[in-house]
Design a protein around this ligand. Structure first.
Ligand code: PLP
Length: 396
């Protein structure tokens, strides 16, 4: 075979989300952008905080080209990792050091590196909790492991623990959690994290294995009404955090994030070395130098989250008033809505005919729901209600 068929398949099939996004752009040319309601993609619409731009300008004047754009050490600049450790320690009362961090090109890379670093046999399994970010399957399988899925708790969007307990076995390497969640917008409570920790301790003892939590948290700061997002490393020792500034600083195209391996993780130094090795083997070399330097000044800052909250309230209230069943998100920028009728494809097709672009949740492991991304402008949400009304009526 001339090429890798699996890679060919991945590269030639666009994701449903990307497909819709491209369709929306084409459709805008035909019917006018004001008549297309594209809720497909999670591209932050809130401006990056002012300090990001200011720091970039400052750096370009103050630093030489080599200092600013040269290679950094593979794990990232010491100053950046130190700034992140200090910020987290202050905020969460933790005890991290710069050596616990490995800088990456965003959460996708953090996850890929993590799965590659941890997978030691093709029998290894990672468990995702539905609804989940569909790329987990690509990343886990790319690392040579298997992805198992626990079906969604469709009431509170926490964890279906009975099913999780049954799915854990001697090959379970890790549980992937994502809170605030894409696509449900749910935030796992302290009780959920504590219960997960207790279960994993019990199961690790039962099978005499180590089970990791891989906590994928690019939406950590995007929460509403003061809801608390428990810091998972404080509940479970074998937690590895995969973080990204794509959403909090509205920098998805700049590709910057990190992996955190706390000292409490079993054989933490060796796991950290395996993370460095996986980064090396995947050819990452180092995270973007300029944005590592930008972070020193911008760690802990966010864009204006109130804008997302306003959109959430507007969309949630509007759709509830129209008679849709919605889960009220506490974080991220997605609204999860139950389909009308019993055919998700038909629901999405009828929505598309009205130029309402929403993503069916089968790909997120939760059939019968759709994801509506509300990192869009408020004006579009207001204009979309007519189409949502027509969609509802078409099922009556
Ligand atoms: N994990 C989740 C849950 C996401 O929603 C995303 C992006 O949308 C990612 C990971 C990847 O983020 P990044 O852009 O930092 O690679």
């Amino acid at each position: 075979m001339l090429f890798n068929e699996k890679m060919y398949e991945l590269g030639s099939k666009r994701s449903v989300i990307r497909d819709l996004f491209e369709y929306g752009k084409e459709q805008s040319k035909i019917v006018g952008a004001e008549n297309v309601f594209d809720f497909s993609i999670g591209n932050p619409t809130v401006e990056a905080p002012e300090i990001v731009n200011k720091t970039i300008v400052e750096l370009t004047y103050k630093k030489s080209s080599m200092e600013l754009h040269g290679y950094t050490s593979a794990q990232g600049d010491e100053e950046t990792r130190q700034a992140i450790a200090m910020y987290l320690n202050k905020k969460y009362d933790t005890n991290f050091k710069s050596d616990n961090f490995y800088m990456t090109v965003g959460a996708a890379a953090s996850l890929t590196i993590c799965f590659n670093a941890l997978t030691s046999s093709k029998e290894d399994e990672f468990i995702a909790i539905a609804p989940f970010f569909p790329e987990y399957k690509v990343f886990v399988e790319g690392a040579g492991a298997k992805l198992e899925v626990v079906s969604a708790d469709e009431v509170n969007f926490q964890i279906n623990f009975d099913e999780l307990e049954k799915k854990i076995n001697k090959n379970t390497k890790g549980i992937i959690i994502n809170s605030p969640n894409n696509p449900s917008g749910a935030v796992y409570t302290k009780e959920t994290i504590q219960k997960l920790s207790d279960l994993l301790m019990k199961k690790s003892n039962e099978f005499d294995t180590e089970i990791f939590i891989i906590s994928d948290e690019p939406y950590r700061e995007i929460v509403y009404d003061g809801v608390e997002v428990p810091y998972v490393t404080k509940y479970y020792k074998n937690t590895i955090v995969c973080y990204s500034y794509s959403k909090s600083l509205s920098l998805p195209g700049e590709r910057i994030g990190y992996i955190l391996v706390p000292d409490e993780v079993v054989e933490s130094k060796k796991i950290y070395a395996a993370i460095c090795g996986a980064g090396r083997s995947l050819g990452f070399v180092c995270a973007p130098s300029m944005f590592q330097k930008v972070l020193v000044k911008c760690v802990g800052k966010t864009g204006d989250i109130e804008i997302y909250k306003k959109n959430r309230d507007l969309l949630y209230q509007g759709l509830m008033e129209l008679g849709y069943k919605c889960y009220k998100p506490q974080g991220a920028f997605y609204l999860f809505v139950k389909i009308l009728g019993d055919d998700e494809e038909e629901f999405c097709k009828r929505a598309k005919e009205l130029n309402l672009l929403v993503v069916g949740a089968t790909g997120f492991g939760c059939p019968g729901w759709v994801r509506i991304s509300y990192c869009v402008d408020e004006y579009m949400i207001n204009r979309s209600f007519g189409a949502f009304k027509k969609l509802k009526e078409s099922f009556e």
